[in-house]
Write a new protein. Structure first.
Length: 125
């Protein structure tokens, strides 16, 4: 049976790649390509996938996405979790997910292009 995946990440256009702790050799284009590749691989095995790129109003965006669809797994991107300047936003997103989707599995990628691997850990569990 097909499952539904929501991949949440910071809009790469909003990331300051010159900030301390920002990954080197990464571009907005490479992030999008990685996310789209992961999405396409999940779709190729029959899963429904939505990518949500957050901006300043991340809580509203995540809340809207969770109100409009039920997901089996929510993947939260490494950029939101590991960049020091994203810590407060990451906490707010986690709290929205916890409140609105308390039974949904949460997965963490290590790179945009392994979001499918993170989701599959829970989809295949």
């Amino acid at each position: 049976m097909p499952k539904s995946v929501l991949i949440i990440g910071e809009d790469p256009a909003m990331i300051d790649f010159a900030a301390p702790g920002a990954p080197t050799g990464v571009t907005p284009e490479s992030i999008l390509a990685g996310l789209e590749g992961a999405r396409d691989r999940l779709r190729s095995v029959g899963h429904a996938v939505e990518i949500l790129l957050t901006r300043e109003n991340a809580e509203e965006q995540v809340s809207d996405a969770l109100r409009h669809a039920r997901h089996d797994v929510i993947v939260i991107g490494a950029g939101l979790r590991t960049l020091p300047q994203m810590a407060a936003k990451f906490e707010r997103i986690i709290n929205v997910v916890h409140e609105q989707a308390p039974t949904t599995a949460i997965a963490f990628n290590t790179r945009p292009d392994d979001s499918d691997v993170a989701a599959l850990r829970w989809l295949n569990a």
